[in-house]
Design a protein around this ligand. Structure first.
Ligand SMILES: [Fe+2]
Length: 246
């Protein structure tokens, strides 16, 4: 089950003219604060996504070192859990496999949408789930350093990352949530297992699904929202991606 995004910002105004850049930034900030994500639509071909992302904070390079990464099916990657194929991705946050704090913002924009069904980026806000934790659960998620590993796809790129972080971390700029369905190492009887299952179920109950048109740009707060992806069939689907420290 999924619903349509409601935090949508048009880069053109009611007359079809470009929105004033200062107004664009201000409305973007208000929508981001309220919803934790913004889908920008009516994006002109000459929009400078890199410049816009630079206004949000410092760039965090992708795994390959490329600041602007490509998300599209890659040869020889169809058999692993990896963004570079056509398979689904389960709910997660980005950057739990970094030793530093995860990127605050992730931006994805659409170079070529997938024709046919699937390929949506899906998002859900953890804020109500965090608020609903019992005191004991919250303390456990704040105090327990879990081991995290990276995805099979990133392993195949030659990176074998292992980190230790709590799921919840208090930071001067807000609470950081780290989450993965498959790369959080824990015993089957660990108290985190029911929380993981609950949040995964809540994700699929409350997700919004972004069905991209060409040039659409999605930005979300990766400290607060989980994201995932629906499988697709069109191998020409192509997104670009930037991570921002914030
Ligand atoms: Fe991701």
């Amino acid at each position: 089950m999924s619903s349509s995004p409601i935090s949508i910002l048009s880069q053109t105004d009611f007359n079809g003219d470009p929105l004033d850049p200062e107004l664009l930034r201000r409305t973007f900030g208000q929508l981001m604060e309220e919803h934790g994500y913004v889908l920008m639509v009516n994006v002109p071909d000459d929009f400078d996504q890199v410049k816009f992302c630079r206004s949000l904070g410092a760039f965090v390079p992708n795994y390959t070192g490329a600041v602007v990464g490509d998300v599209r099916p890659e040869p020889g990657m169809d058999d692993v859990y990896h963004a570079g194929n056509t398979r689904p991705l389960t709910p997660h946050t980005e950057g739990y496999d970094f030793t530093v704090v995860p990127p605050r913002y992730i931006a994805l924009w659409c170079v070529a949408p997938a024709s046919g069904p699937g390929g949506e980026t899906t998002l859900a806000d953890t804020a109500p789930w965090v608020a609903a934790l019992s005191d004991d659960e919250r303390k456990y998620l704040l105090d327990t350093e879990f081991e995290w590993k990276t995805t099979e796809g990133v392993n195949r790129l030659g990176l074998d990352l292992h980190t230790k972080h709590p799921i919840l971390e208090e930071h001067d700029d807000g609470l950081i949530v780290r989450f993965s369905c498959n790369n959080l190492k824990r015993a089957e009887d660990d108290p985190v297992v029911p929380v993981q299952q609950r949040w995964r179920d809540a994700f699929y109950d409350h997700q919004i699904a972004v069905d991209y048109h060409r040039n659409d740009m999605l930005v979300w707060n990766n400290w607060r929202l989980l994201h995932a992806r629906n499988a697709f069939t069109d191998r020409s689907r192509h997104l670009r991606r930037i991570q921002v420290a914030g």
